[in-house]
Design a protein around this ligand. Structure first.
Ligand code: NAP
Length: 260
């Protein structure tokens, strides 16, 4: 199967690092023009240079905190002004957030909802009208494996990710007749900066590589995933080949989730 995204414009939040950067690279290799969004401009610039250097696609970076409504609206206007309407929207920006349920403050709940739920809702609201007009679109919501299988200690992320599951299903049914698919990826443990931050926090007496290998033993496949393995699934969902797949939440987790 030759997956091509030629002529498409993709917007990927959190596209300067980790999964987002991996998806941006794969989309660009497949011919899409890509807008990547993150807060730190220099990291964005490095990612744009790296992806542009490896592909012939147009790759542009937009510095924006997606949890800031005004900044997000300006960013969307800038992206569409530069690259045209969004064909493929990937709501990926996020960070791990976990605590004891009764100790999580209103501010921490609100922060997680703004970043992982409202940012996605607002970008969907801004992007869907032009997808409807052109009778084609793809929305991919990046969630985690706890969305389907919440566990003690998993809030607030498990709650906001479960919200993302419901959002994916509701929206998919509303826009299917416009040839727009809406799917979610339930992420297991993939080697990125998020994992590096977990390593730094835990300060274990082993190297990062040993930490990755050790944590990977909890996964049925015996290892953590790579950003490339992850991006392959996102690229397929973004393509014409996935035209009849919508309203799904697909585990990309090496078998980690107890749920289908
Ligand atoms: N890696 C995993 O194993 C794993 C597991 C489950 C779920 N996930 C989810 O998958 C997504 C990507 O994770 P990752 O591992 O690739 O993380 P990462 O390596 O830490 O990258 C996160 C990206 O999001 C950007 N970002 C963070 N907050 C932002 C904000 N407020 N506005 C705009 N951009 C923001 C970061 O750039 P700046 O810091 O410069 O803004 C960066 O580009 C996240 O939603 C994460 O929760 C990952």
């Amino acid at each position: 199967m030759d997956i091509r995204l030629d002529g498409k414009t993709a917007l990927i939040t959190g596209g300067s690092r980790g999964l987002g950067k991996g998806m941006a690279l794969e989309f660009a290799k497949s011919g899409a023009n890509v807008a990547i969004v993150a807060r730190r401009e220099e990291v964005l610039n490095e990612a744009c240079d790296e992806i542009s250097g490896a592909t012939s696609a147009t790759v542009k970076g937009y510095a924006c905190d997606v949890s800031d409504k005004g900044a997000l609206e300006k960013m969307h206007a800038d992206v569409t002004g530069d690259l045209g309407p969004i064909d493929i929207l990937v709501n990926n920006a996020g960070a791990s957030a976990r605590g004891t349920f009764w100790e999580i403050t209103d501010e921490e709940w609100a922060f997680d909802f703004e970043l992982k739920v409202y940012a996605a809702i607002r970008l969907i609201r801004l992007s869907i009208p032009s997808m409807i007009e052109r009778n084609w679109g793809r929305v991919i919501n990046i969630l985690n494996s706890r969305a389907k299988a919440p566990q003690p200690g998993g809030a607030p992320t498990a709650v906001t990710r479960a919200t993302g599951l419901a959002m994916t299903k509701v929206l998919s049914g509303e826009v299917a007749k416009h040839n727009i698919t809406v799917n979610a990826l339930c992420t297991g443990i993939i080697v990125t900066d998020q994992i590096a931050r977990r390593y730094d926090k835990a300060k274990p007496n082993i190297t990062f590589e040993e930490f990755v290998a050790e944590a990977g033993k909890a996964v049925p496949m015996g290892r953590m995933g790579t950003t490339e393995e992850y991006a392959n699934m996102a690229c397929f969902l973004a393509s014409d080949q996935a035209s009849y797949i919508t309203g799904c939440a697909i585990n990309v987790d090496g078998g980690l989730s107890p749920m289908y």
